[in-house]
Design a protein around this ligand. Structure first.
Ligand code: RP5
Length: 164
């Protein structure tokens, strides 16, 4: 059973990462969402990633805030694609999580998306685009979604394109 694995550093990340899950659901993509922290529950994180890969996880999405090492730790445990979502929280409003997530050493990639809500949604799209490389039905759905988005762009009286 192929699926997307979503791992969050805390249950407090769910209000944002729910948008990732909902986006996958909209396209009928199977997923699993769990809380497991790189710092608070390292053993659980290690075991989970190994088990998830064995049972069919094709892409991992890891969301964490502050000193966000979760995506990097997940990347160290699998050669499946890992997408990191920096959570907006703490005194630095997510910049700390962004830099912690994106600044991986060469050869150990984490595809990092935007901080917060846009990143949560884009992590789902990016995961689906990866899956769609070997799934024509999903590829067609993504193309249709893009066409619908393009239809929502109109030109206003000043000649400026607006998204409606
Ligand atoms: C991170 O610390 C989590 O991913 C979360 O974004 C942040 C705060 O966690 P809580 O204190 O709300 O559990 O590890």
């Amino acid at each position: 059973m192929k699926f997307v694995s979503i791992i969050m550093g805390s249950k407090s990340d769910y209000t944002v990462m729910e948008e990732c899950a909902k986006t996958l659901e909209k396209f009928g993509v199977m997923h699993e969402i769990i809380v497991s922290s790189a710092h608070r529950s390292p053993e659980r994180t290690h075991q989970y990633v190994k088990n998830a890969e064995a049972k069919g996880a094709k892409v991992f999405i890891a969301a964490a805030g502050m000193a966000a090492h979760l995506a990097g730790v997940v990347a160290s445990l699998t050669t499946k694609p890992v997408i990191g979502v920096p959570m907006k929280g703490g005194v630095m409003e997510g910049m700390d999580a962004l830099l912690s997530t994106v600044q991986m050493p060469g050869g150990m990639p984490v595809g990092t998306v935007a901080i917060g809500s846009a990143g949560a949604v884009n992590s789902a799209y990016l995961a689906m685009q990866i899956l769609a490389l070997a799934d024509e039905e999903l590829a067609a759905k993504l193309k249709e979604d893009r066409i619908l988005k393009a239809k929502k762009v109109e030109t206003d009286s000043m000649g400026i394109e607006v998204i409606i």
